[in-house]
Every structure is written in structure tokens, then in C-alpha cells.
Design a protein around this ligand. Structure first.
Ligand SMILES: *[C@@H]1O[C@H](CO)[C@@H](O)[C@H](O)[C@H]1NC(C)=O
Ligand SMILES: [Cu+2]
Length: 298
């Protein structure tokens, strides 16, 4: 049997309870009711982890039936708001895919292009992620008018692969773009297919020698060509990750009668409803309750 460190074990068993969902859309300063223009999923606020599943498009059980489609002018800003702010480290991206007919009838099987990435900022010497309760994106001015699925994704990489499986938090809004142009947005990718177990942005351990990061998926499309880093969203909370301190894990020499000792590495989960893992944080960090479902060593 392969021996795992205590830290690896605590990462592997963690994170089974509820999380967060992008559930509400705002257009031009108007915030619409929950799931009016966003496809309602059937898995509460849990993530998708299967890289080959069609659920990666718009989440589990999220179809166009019962979802309305909102008109958005090209160049306008659209905001996704969550039930609970994103609290897992990882990138947030926004994709679009043009519907051959109406957005409500579209299954997302066509090409997707990316219009925005929020990746980590390393300028302070450690990684700072944009963890927020809402994310605002501008619809590109040059894309053709018509119906689209507008898809937001947070890739939670807080439990490093392969001991932990990265988590996709996804929602799709249905929009009709008006006043668009004759641009040819790309590059486009298929979903599933766009994310692989070989992507450095999927496999990276953010707690160990984390110095650079490539957000998975295609390059961000911009009407004036080239990459568009975009502007930061108006309200953000940020979390600084630091190199995880080396914890002295008990080793195989402990006697069978000694009580199990374990510590959760900084940034790991240490509590929450249903949590059965370690609750003691490594030296230098304390267990902080994010919500009923998640406490983290900070
Ligand atoms: C960091 O940069 C190196 C060198 O370009 C690259 O091989 C690696 O995949 C990058 N890591 C991430 C997580 O993007
Ligand atoms: Cu989680």
C-alpha cells in the first residue's frame, strides 16, 4: 500500500460538502432574479470534476427549458453573482458560444471562445487570486449579433492534483447580443475537450514553488487582436497564497496505540458541515470559518 503523508490524506478526503454557484445575472446595472437568465442546475452548488462530461458545458442538469434569454448590447458589461463568494483558489474565466438558433435550444456542442481570464497576480512575490462574490465582463464589441451561451467557470485547484481533483464551478447565461459587428471570434474549443489532465494550469501545486501560471483553455479573444488581460472587477476580495510551511508529519514509526495526530496545512480545509478530516491547523495558521460548509486554515 502506498503511504501518503498526512497532508496528502487530508487533501484527498476533503471537500465533499456544498460550495458556491454563479446564480444571478446583471446587465447594465440591473440585477435580475436568481436563475432567470442563468440555466438552473440540479446539483445545488457542487462542482463538476469529470473532464469528459457534457456537464462541463453548463453544469449538471442545466438546460434551456425554463430559462429566459436577455438582450445585451455588444460592448455592455454583464455581471455574474454567486450565492457564496468564490473561496477556492483558482482561475475564473468567461466563455461564449454562438447558438445556431435560439440560445434556449442550444446544447453548447459548438465552438467556444474565451473573453476573460482572472488568473493569479504574482507581483507581490506570492500569488493573489481574484476571489469574489461577483464577476463583471464586457461583451466584445465586434462579435456578430445573435444568440449566445455566456459561460463562467471557476477552476478550484486548492486540492492539488492528483491527490485532489480540480473542481469546475460553472454556469451559463442565455443572451441575445445586439449591435454587434463582423468579427470572427476565436480560437474556439470544444467543451468537453478543452481541459486536460496534462494542462499545467490543472495539475499545478499552488502550495509548492508556485511562481507562474497558465490559465487552462484557449487564448482570450479580443476585438483588437492579441491577448486582452482586461481590467479587474470592481469589488474583489483577494487571498494571498504562500508557500506551504513544511509540517512535520508523523511517520510510520508511531505506535498503534498513540492517538492519531494530524495537522491541516495552511489553506487546507479544517472544518464545515460533514467534515471528518483534521481540524488542527499547522503552526502559524488558524482555522477560520468561511461559511457553514467550509472552514480553512489561514
Ligand atoms: C511555468 O512556466 C514553465 C516554463 O515556461 C512551464 O513549463 C510551466 O508549465 C508553467 N507552469 C504553469 C503552472 O503554468
Ligand atoms: Cu470545495
Amino acid at each position: 500500500m502506498k503511504l501518503l503523508s498526512v497532508a496528502a490524506l487530508s487533501l484527498a478526503v476533503g471537500d465533499v460538502s456544498a460550495h458556491y454557484i454563479f446564480q444571478q445575472l446583471s446587465v447594465g446595472g440591473t440585477k435580475y432574479p436568481v436563475f432567470q437568465y442563468i440555466r438552473k442546475n440540479s446539483n445545488y452548488n457542487s462542482p463538476v470534476t469529470d473532464l469528459s462530461s457534457n456537464d462541463l458545458r453548463c453544469n449538471v442538469g442545466a438546460s434551456g427549458s425554463g430559462t429566459e434569454t436577455v438582450s445585451v448590447r455588444a460592448g455592455d458589461s454583464v455581471t455574474f453573482t454567486l450565492d457564496t463568494p468564490v473561496y477556492h483558489q483558482g482561475p475564473v474565466s468567461v466563455y461564449m458560444s454562438k447558438a445556431p438558433g435560439s440560445a434556449a435550444d442550444y446544447d453548447g456542442s459548438g465552438g467556444w471562445f474565451k473573453i476573460k481570464d482572472w488568473g493569479p497576480d504574482f507581483s507581490s512575490g506570492s500569488a493573489t487570486w481574484t476571489l469574489s462574490g461577483s464577476y463583471t465582463v464586457q461583451i466584445p464589441t465586434c462579435i456578430p449579433s445573435g444568440d449566445y451561451l455566456l459561460r463562467i467557470q471557476n477552476l478550484g485547484i486548492h486540492n492539488p492534483w492528483p491527490a485532489g481533483i480540480p473542481q469546475f464551478y460553472i454556469s451559463c447565461a442565455q443572451i441575445t447580443v445586439t449591435g454587434g459587428g463582423s468579427g470572427n471570434p476565436g480560437p474556439t474549443v470544444s467543451i468537453p475537450g478543452a481541459f486536460k489532465e496534462t494542462d499545467p494550469g490543472y495539475t499545478v501545486n499552488i502550495y509548492s514553488n508556485f511562481r507562474n501560471y497558465t490559465v487552462p483553455g484557449p487564448a482570450v479573444f479580443s476585438c483588437n487582436g492579441g491577448g486582452n488581460p482586461g481590467t479587474p472587477p470592481p469589488t474583489t476580495t483577494t487571498l494571498v497564497t504562500s508557500v506551504r510551511p513544511t509540517t512535520a508529519a508523523p511517520t510510520t514509526s508511531s505506535s498503534p496505540t498513540s492517538p492519531p495526530t494530524c495537522t491541516v496545512a495552511k489553506w487546507g480545509q479544517c472544518g464545515g458541515l460533514g467534515w471528518t478530516g483534521c481540524t488542527t491547523c499547522a503552526a502559524g495558521s488558524t482555522c477560520n470559518k468561511a461559511n457553514d460548509f467550509y472552514s480553512q486554515c489561514v
